[in-house]
Write a protein that binds this ligand. Structure first.
Ligand SMILES: C[S@@+](CC[C@H](N)C(=O)[O-])C[C@H]1O[C@@H](n2cnc3c(N)ncnc32)[C@H](O)[C@@H]1O
Ligand SMILES: [Zn+2]
Length: 400
């Protein structure tokens, strides 16, 4: 292995591989890294520290697990930056990663609270939780998290636990390979301006099903889509009657590339309705379908309000991007039952140059609509107005 380099992230100093030697043309670390570390994922880890801290405001945490640990930076940040003296166990199948993660535990003098075990995550999740289940499991793989979900759910405390899940297989989740998405996530993905929201909803859908298979219900606390990944934080509990009721949050998204109409149909509705209403009566484009997927809210409002308090109180050292994204999440967290529209796409349809996104939000609110920017797409506005109504407002702004 090449010489290790020292990094600082959040409040933790640690060692990892010299990533400058192993990045692709887009600056992303490649699979050739002897031990995986991606500094751009600092935003993901910032939010993970914030949301675990938030979760701990109301609940006791005694034991957490990171089954795909790499250098261990994520767990070290939990141990150093979140309150409490919970313990942690990390796994990795790569012996070099285990060596580096152990070194980092020693550097932080955390040997009393953290253990690193070499082996396969799926097996270790089950064996290491046999005596005592985990309060929090963080699945942060390279690619799809689906192979680890069943063991992860089974390793969590049945009374209630937290699960954080990252997916980086974006070509699958974003509609380049919709049939692979159907196989892995149980729903078709779709290439549209709302593709990243569909990616999030497909991931939630898969977790809902794996949890449901094990008689657990899910509560989606927060969602994140940025860079080349999506991430969700969910609390899960063994209560099958709640999981049964949650079937009403499973449905499909219909989208017309002609007029930008987006419609959400629950599985129950699909049985009743067979027509798609276009935004413009003359539009004859065929609507496209994504799903089945999760159609419920993407955030828990109370959890996000608590996260806002934790953010203000905590002396975190988060990146500027983390703060910017968090502000957008707070603005949209009450409105995720509505789709978002891409202002630039609506402008292209009308041959208009795009106005400032904030001006469109203000005009929508002035006309009595709910409207907020979304963290998922810089040019997106989430609103209860139709695509046609948003288009009209853009035309009015352009006319001055
Ligand atoms: C994306 S990296 C983890 C990054 C880390 N969570 C972080 O925040 O920096 C994925 C890790 O999973 C490990 N891995 C892959 N398959 C595994 C398996 N079946 N069991 C355990 N570890 C595995 C890889 O060696 C790699 O270190
Ligand atoms: Zn249409």
């Amino acid at each position: 292995m090449t010489a290790l380099k020292e990094y600082v992230e959040g409040k933790v100093t640690f060692v990892g591989p010299d990533i400058d030697h192993y990045t692709d043309s887009a600056g992303q670390p490649t699979a050739s890294l002897p031990v995986f570390y991606n500094p751009r994922m600092a935003v993901n880890r910032d939010f993970s520290v914030l949301f675990l801290t938030t979760y701990m405001r109301d609940r006791d945490i005694t034991r957490i697990c990171e089954p795909l640990a790499g250098t261990g930076i994520r767990t070290l940040r939990y141990l150093v930056e979140c309150p409490g003296d919970f313990s942690a166990v990390m796994f990795d199948a790569n012996p070099l990663a285990v060596e580096v993660a152990r070194k980092n535990v020693q550097l932080q003098r955390l040997e009393g609270r953290a253990r690193v075990i070499h082996g396969d995550a799926k097996l270790l999740l089950l064996t290491e939780s046999r005596e005592r289940r985990f309060d929090f499991v963080d699945i942060d793989p390279f690619g799809s998290p689906t192979p680890y979900l069943n063991a992860a759910i089974q390793s969590i405390r049945p009374r209630e636990g937290l699960i954080g899940i990252t997916a980086t297989d974006m070509p699958v989740l974003c509609g380049v390979y919709p049939h692979v998405a159907l196989r892995k996530y149980g729903g078709l993905s779709m290439r549209t301006p709302v593709t990243h929201e569909i990616a999030l909803r497909l991931l939630v859908h898969r977790v809902y099903h794996v949890a449901g298979m094990n008689d657990f219900s899910v509560r989606l606390l927060a969602s994140l889509s940025t860079d080349h990944y999506v991430r969700i934080w969910m609390s899960v509990r063994r209560e099958k009657h709640v999981a049964n009721r949650q079937t009403r949050d499973i449905g499909v998204v219909l989208y017309c590339p002609g007029c930008q109409a987006v419609q959400v149909r629950s599985i129950q509705d699909l049985a009743r309705q067979d027509t798609f209403e276009h935004e413009t009566p003359e539009c004859r484009q065929e609507a496209r379908i994504a799903g089945p997927l999760w159609t419920g809210p993407l955030f828990d409002r109370h959890f996000m309000q608590s996260a806002e308090k934790a953010m203000t109180k905590g002396a975190f050292e988060f990146t500027r991007r983390t703060h910017r994204l968090f502000d957008r999440m707070l603005a949209e967290c009450q409105h995720t039952q509505y789709p978002f529209y891409d202002v630039h796409v609506l402008c292209d349809m009308r041959g208009l140059s795009p106005p400032a996104i904030e001006d469109v939000v203000t005009a929508l609110v002035e006309q009595g609509y709910l409207a907020a920017r979304t963290h998922i797409r810089p040019t997106g506005i989430r609103t209860n107005a139709t695509a046609g109504a948003v288009g009209k407002i853009i035309e009015e702004i352009s006319r001055g």
